[in-house]
Design a protein around this ligand. Sequence first.
Ligand SMILES: [Zn+2]
Length: 221
Amino acid sequence: MYHQVEKESSEDLTINLENLEKQFKYLKEKNYFPKFFTEINIPSKKSVILTFDDGYKNNFEYLPSLLEKYDLKATIFISTKFIQKGYKEYDMMTFEDIRNLNKKYFEIALHTHAHEDFRNVSIDFIESDLKKNMQLLTNENINYSTVLAYPYGKYPKEIANKMKLFSTLKNLGIDFALRIGNKVNYFPTNKPYELCRIDIKGRDTIIKFKLKLIFGRLKLF
Ligand SMILES: [Zn+2]
């Protein structure tokens, strides 16, 4: 799981280009098979799905050449409100940028419209917000995969609310939903709405990256 990409950065949610390139190079050298969520059922020994959240302009600027160079793929989770109205001081992609991403290297998926923490909003809000996310992408002629990254990686943990959420996702035709979790996933899975992503931090060294790829996290106990 990544967010922003910049030439220089020391923030957790922003990876600098040099580190990102080392990581991409490593994935290629180690024969990780890059996939989109739509290809999740293709058998392969070691698969990797690279995800980037929110829809930052810097993804559009830096990722195409890097993905092409290392023959990798990325899934970008779009929060449509961020595209329409902006997010903090950040430069976001436009709908046209998103449309122009090469489909050989990029998959678009859902990150809700309003980017609210699912623990703080009602199930009715979640349902209409997700519908809005999908409808706006459709209106903009952007194909998306029916996969959701929970905003902030969060969703209700209390069992009744969690089950209500999962049945809503199912009714909306969403196949997978992603938390953070820092674990390696195995397929087939019996937890399609709780897939774990590995949080790659901006300052992670290549050693940390390699350990995270194997164990999902650095602290083993
Ligand atoms: Zn986000």
